[in-house]
Design a protein around this ligand. Sequence first.
Ligand code: FES
Length: 115
Amino acid sequence: MNLNKEIYQVCGVDELIKSTCYGWETTINNRLLQCLLIYHQDKVFSYLNRCPHTGVNLDWLPHQFLDSHNEFIQCATHGALFMIDDGLCVHGPCLGKKLKQIKNKLIDNNIYLIL
Ligand code: FES
């Protein structure tokens, strides 16, 4: 098992504040890895872009991950709602399951993911 973590630059903090959420992807060892970032209550939250219900992507349009009130992350397929701060599903077919959290780090006004 490879325990080495890599750090990837994603975007500027100002960019994320402007858009509130952002979808990002990269390829690691020939595998596509898709993530989402959300700026919420002065913090950056990041998760794998994969619904725990069926494994599909969550976004309904590119970079669109939130419900109409910007209160929850919402899966576009069956409408599951997830808490922004810990990824817990509070409504929908995967109730009680969580999105996979990805560690992030802010360095010089840029956001990095640790994968
Ligand atoms: S695939 Fe996300 S709620 Fe069903």
